[in-house]
Write a protein that binds this ligand. Sequence first.
Ligand SMILES: [Zn+2]
Length: 214
Amino acid sequence: MKNLSEEERLERLEEWTPRTRLGRLVQQGKISSIEEIFAEGLKIREPEIVDMLLPDIQEEVIHISIVQKQTDAGEKTRFKAIVAIGNGNGYVGLGSGKADQVRTAIEKAAKDARLNITLVRRGCGSWECGCGQPHSLPFEISGKSGSVVIKIIPGPRGLGLVASEVAKVILRLAGIKDCWTRSYGQTRTVPSFAYALYNALKRTYEIVTPMDWV
Ligand SMILES: [Zn+2]
């Protein structure tokens, strides 16, 4: 897992000139936590906002593929990268980027992932466990992308992540320690698989449960 070095992070933030109101508020320290942004339902349009508010953000390259593009000059090879980011504590994002060079594609995807950062509702939804700690999810949830559907099922403490390698990376970045996963459709299509999982995690805050009524 790649951690941005503190030096790299500060350098990036030093060069940052915010283009949005939210960006300016964050840079001026008037908004000092990502929780505030989510509580008010504001849209993050600059990746630096995430770097500023989540200093312990980590990123991981999920997938690289080659895309052929027809141009007047013939076929041109480009690269597509999928990158996941997270703080290992309830925030996760997934993004993609295309470029002529792998490195640039990864950088674009990492920025896109920051713009897609989402809050994950964690909990202990396992009837076998009932510890009440946020080591898993509070309920079963599913997500879809393309032909792929993924279901995440809460598991007891100590179970670990019963999931494919790609899913484990994303779940770890989100801060989920124990769960089962089931997937359907063309699960070998890594981008669809990764986005289905991300969509499931994103939905944890869109679903209203009876617990929210009180
Ligand atoms: Zn538990």
